[in-house]
Each structure stands twice: as C-alpha cells, then as structure tokens.
Write a protein of this length. Structure first.
Length: 370
C-alpha cells in the first residue's frame, strides 16, 4: 500500500475544503472536543504556567507517563512518551526488527502497519482476518510464525473492521509469539471504545501503542505513548536513546492534564456515539435490506467496514462517489480488502444522517446504471 491511503486522504481533504456539498464519511476519529480542550488550556495557564510544563527529552513528560501508567495498571517506568501511536510503533520497530527479520502483519490492515515493517526492511507475511467477523485463526497464525519471526503487528480495536480480540485470544497469540521469542506490537488507539483493557496486562510479549488522537479526538495534542514490560521498554530506549524528538513540551503538558482528568473527555465520545450509532445502524439496515451492502456494524468504535454488493473495485467506486455525488468513503483497497468500504461515524449525527442517506441513494442510482 506504501502510504496510498494517506496520500489519498490528503488529496480528498484538499477537495473537500472547497466543496460545500461534501459528505465526509471516511473519518475514523471522534469529533474534536474543542470547548473541553480550550478549558484545559485556560486552566493550565490562567494563574501562571502549569507545573506539567516541563522537559520531554528522551522519555517524554513524566506526568504523561504517570497518568498513562495509572490507566494501564503499570509502573511509570513502563511508559515512553511519543508524538502519537505511529511514532511509538516506529520506536518499537527500531528496537525489535532488523533488516531481513520476519514480521507477521494482520490483513486487512491500516496501511501504516505494513509500511512500518517495510521501512524496517522486514520480510512480511500477512495474517488474514476474514469477513464477516474479522477474527484471527490461531492455527493459521501458528503456521505463519517462523523461528526468525520477530514481531506480530495487530490493532485493537481492529482497523478497519472494528472487531475485538478477547482476552483468551490475546493469551493464545502471546503463547504463539513466545514460542519463537517474538513480540506482539499492538496499536491500541481504539481500545478505550471497548473497555477491554490493554494487552500489556495479558503477557510481557505485548508492546502497546496508544494516543489521545482517536477515541478522545485530541489529534491537535499529538500525545501518544508506548507501554510494555520494563525489559521491552529498556530495549526501546536503547534503540532510541534520545526518545521521540518531535514531542512538544507544550502539547504534552496539556496532554498530562487531560489524562489526569479523563472523565469529561470520555463523556464526550460516549455522547457522540450515543447520538451517531443509532443513525448508522438504521441506515446500514436499510442499505442491507436493499441488497446494497453486507456485514453487521461492530459493537464498538466509530467505524464500519461493510462489503458493497456487486463491487470488486471499491477504489473506483470511491472515486465515482466523490466525482458524481461529493460523498467520501474510504475504499477497502487501501486496507488490502477490495470490495469493502470503511465508513466513519464519530462526528455530528445530523451530518452523518444526511451523508448516509445520500450514500444509500447514490448506490441505488449506480446499481440502476449498471
């Protein structure tokens, strides 16, 4: 995929900015809580400078580390700050993967995962997560893992499908990885949606990457982290002695304050989904009844990855939807799953309602033209 999704999004966003009729259904992030964020910033600086405003060199802001540690049930020494989950995963890749090592990557996958493995010059084997449930076949994973496998790359909640890996499955994955001395790097930016706890609590083979970007919608802060056993953290630090040099002292000071009082931000995303999810469920049911899509919406999260009936080239479909109808969906082609589209529903319920109604009508019109 080589960053194709990112490049496509960049081009689409440029077009959307000048198109008042645009119905944007691809975003997989909760609507930004700007009022809440502004309140934290005002409180942090109205009486001077917050004491959370301190150096982030090497390990990151220690208040961020302490707050993340409390959320994960680990010690602060098991946390490294980063500009986001992407940077945290790149740091882990530098520690655990050398050129020529073998890496297993779930598929379909957000294009970042195979791109990270490619950048590390690893030999990559996809691990199929098949529709409709996008589960992991443990025997298939066992067969794919080799003595030279150094890393298994996963997401929780699965991006793009929203599927969940339960604790029993995580334990089994950990056992398979441990047999060859591999680690499991798991992107948990969506895990708060499902309240399943971090995989780090299951086994020391897991290295978790997280951030405030997706569930809390605080992408402006660029506040992320890696969480792992002390031995794995020491390996990451050894491979990245200066840490993530892109970490902002200011942003992570605000991030620390957010992490120390998450209740308003958790209430925000829950409120957004309480309004948006019924809208998504209603439209999905109607489109399925008309024979346009297949696949149940996931129980958690803000993304839906249905199969579009009779369509194999969903990149072409996405291009047509934009050109003809000014509707934006993410084509499954960019996740290694042509024939599916990813629909995001973490924004305003009214806009979602209008956008999904237009998508339904557009798919009916396209089928009539076939």
């Amino acid at each position: 995929m080589d960053g194709g999704y990112t490049a496509w999004v960049r081009e689409v966003l440029r077009a959307v900015a000048t198109e008042p009729r645009a119905a944007v259904l691809f975003d997989s992030t909760i609507k930004e809580p700007t009022d809440l964020l502004a309140g934290v910033v005002r409180e942090a600086f109205q009486g001077g400078v917050t004491d959370r405003f301190e150096s982030t060199f090497a390990g990151g802001n220690r208040h961020v580390a302490a707050a993340v540690a409390r959320r994960y049930g680990v010690e602060p020494e098991q946390v490294i700050g980063a500009t986001g989950a992407t940077s945290a995963m790149a740091m882990a890749m530098a520690a655990f993967v050398a050129p020529g090592d073998h890496v297993v990557v779930e598929a379909p996958a957000f294009d970042l995962l195979p791109a990270l493995a490619q950048a590390a010059q690893a030999k990559i084997t996809p691990l199929p997560r098949r529709a409709p449930d996008f589960a992991i076949d443990l025997e298939e994973l066992r067969a794919l893992v080799r003595p030279e496998t150094r890393l298994i790359l996963l997401t929780q909640v699965h991006n793009p499908s929203g599927a969940i890996l339960d604790r029993a499955t995580l334990r089994a994955i950990a056992d398979i990885a441990a047999q060859v001395g591999a680690r499991v790097l798991i992107d948990e930016v969506y895990a708060d949606f499902a309240d399943v706890g971090s995989a780090v609590g299951v086994s020391d083979v897991f290295v978790s990457a997280g951030s405030l970007t997706k569930v809390q919608g605080l992408f402006a802060l660029k506040c992320g982290w890696a969480v792992a056993s002390k031995a794995n953290i020491a390996a990451i630090q050894a491979a990245n002695p200066q840490g993530d040099l892109g970490v902002s002292k200011l942003a992570h000071a605000i991030g620390a304050l957010v992490l120390e009082d998450m209740a308003p931000f958790d209430a925000h995303w829950r409120g957004v989904l309480a309004a948006a999810r019924p809208v998504l469920l209603g439209h999905a049911a109607r489109m399925a009844a008309d024979g346009l899509i297949l696949g149940e919406p996931p129980a958690f999260g803000c993304m839906y990855f249905p199969k579009v009936v009779g369509v194999s080239d969903t990149l072409e479909l996405a291009s047509w939807l934009w050109a003809a109808e000014q509707i934006v969906v993410a084509p499954g082609d960019f996740f290694g799953q042509p024939g599916h589209i990813r629909i995001g529903f973490g924004g305003e319920a009214a806009a979602l309602d209008e956008g999904l109604a237009r998508l339904h009508a557009a798919l009916l019109r396209r089928r009539g033209q076939a």
